[in-house]
Design a protein around this ligand. Structure first.
Ligand code: SAM
Ligand code: SF4
Length: 336
């Protein structure tokens, strides 16, 4: 089987496929209230996602994550998972979701072959949640977490973006959720996208978050990382309450600690293969697919996209003049 090696010698083993740009929340750091969505025919159909996935599997891609936008807004999501599962990805099929609609399809997704679930939750408290997500759906998300934990998924993780003076007071309550539950909470550094008005002052680095936990008596010990793991560094936790069942992790795109070992590419909902979240060397697979390209022609495009994968993300321009964010699509449009 061919391997997919990028232009900098890194092997690509993990692809995040965005299945929609639509969402039922409007998280302030991700999309504006009046976000415009692509016309539905511009999104990959279930069959097109499966064709792209078969192609990726032929390059030895081991793990797929389905993301968006909010993937559960697609009624055919269980069908997509079952197609991927039939193709076979040894590192599993994971889902990133905001959790709101997850309970409606959780059993179906599990039966279709979903192995891992990441649920986004940036606050452990309802009123705060509403300010961040601009929607009143805190309880359904909490219910989704409990349901996911009760089902035999390989892992249930919780993703929290931390923004200074907005939700950084939630670090401790969110980390506390790993006590007595097999839940893995990962803090994500806030990134600049589209029009989210990122400023350096809003950003809270992982070392500061870790320091805050340590001040509260949390002891963090690094856990070993699997070769198909995502970018998080995860830690076992002992707090004044005792040993926690779950772990705490950090995803540190702004501190920039993981480009050297990057094993990932992304497929956007409109069919572009992207080397980097902040990259511009995207290669279109969907239009050639719709124009009748053969598998060999599509395989050449996949190789071209890997060769063009950026060495490091260019999240900021003119670093010498301060951290001026580069203009980029919103996270929901790229596929988080
Ligand atoms: N809707 C799903 C969800 O919220 O999990 C999947 C898509 S969402 C774009 C994927 C992840 O990107 C979420 O964990 C979200 O918190 C994160 N995200 C979105 N905008 C971000 C930003 N500006 N900085 C850091 N993470 C961000
Ligand atoms: Fe929707 Fe996820 Fe973006 Fe929030 S982070 S607006 S849930 S896509």
């Amino acid at each position: 089987m061919a391997e997919l090696i990028d232009g900098h010698g890194r092997r690509v083993t993990y692809v995040r496929i965005s299945v929609t740009d639509r969402c039922n929340l409007r998280c302030v750091y991700c999309m504006p209230e009046d976000q415009k969505f692509r016309p539905l025919p511009h999104l990959m159909s279930r069959e097109e996602v499966a064709r792209a996935a078969r192609l990726l599997a032929s390059f030895g891609i081991e793990k797929i994550r389905l993301t968006g936008g909010e993937p559960t807004t697609r009624p055919d999501l269980p069908g997509i998972v079952s197609d991927l599962s039939a193709i076979g990805f040894p590192g599993g099929i994971a889902l990133s979701t905001n959790g709101v609609l997850f309970p409606r399809m959780a059993h179906e997704l599990l039966a279709a072959g979903l192995t891992r679930v990441n649920i986004s939750l940036d606050s452990a408290e309802a009123e705060h949640f509403r300010k961040i997500a601009r929607r009143d759906h805190f309880q359904p998300v909490r219910d989704a977490i409990d349901l996911a934990l009760s089902l035999p998924f390989e892992a249930v993780k919780l993703n929290a973006v931390v923004i200074r003076s907005f939700n950084d007071d939630q670090v401790l309550p969110l980390a506390a959720m790993t006590f007595g539950k097999n839940l893995h909470v990962r803090f994500i550094e806030f990134m600049p996208f589209g029009d989210n008005e990122w400023t350096e002052g809003d950003w809270v680095g992982w070392e500061e978050i870790r320091g805050r936990l340590e001040l509260e008596g949390y002891e963090l010990t690094p856990t070993p990382k699997s070769p198909v793991a995502g970018p998080a560094d995860e830690f076992r936790v002992v707090s004044p309450r005792g040993a926690h069942m779950g772990t705490v992790g950090f995803i540190t795109p702004v501190s920039d600690r993981f480009c050297d070992t990057c094993n990932r590419m992304r497929l956007t909902q409109d069919g572009f293969l992207k080397g980097c979240l902040f990259g511009h060397n995207d290669v279109d697979l969907l239009r050639p697919m719709r124009m009748g390209a053969s598998d060999e022609e599509l395989a050449a495009l996949v190789r071209r996209a890997a060769e063009a994968k950026e060495q490091r993300h260019g999240m900021f321009v003119g670093m010498d003049k301060g951290w001026l964010p580069l203009h980029n699509r919103n996270m929901s449009e790229v596929g988080g």
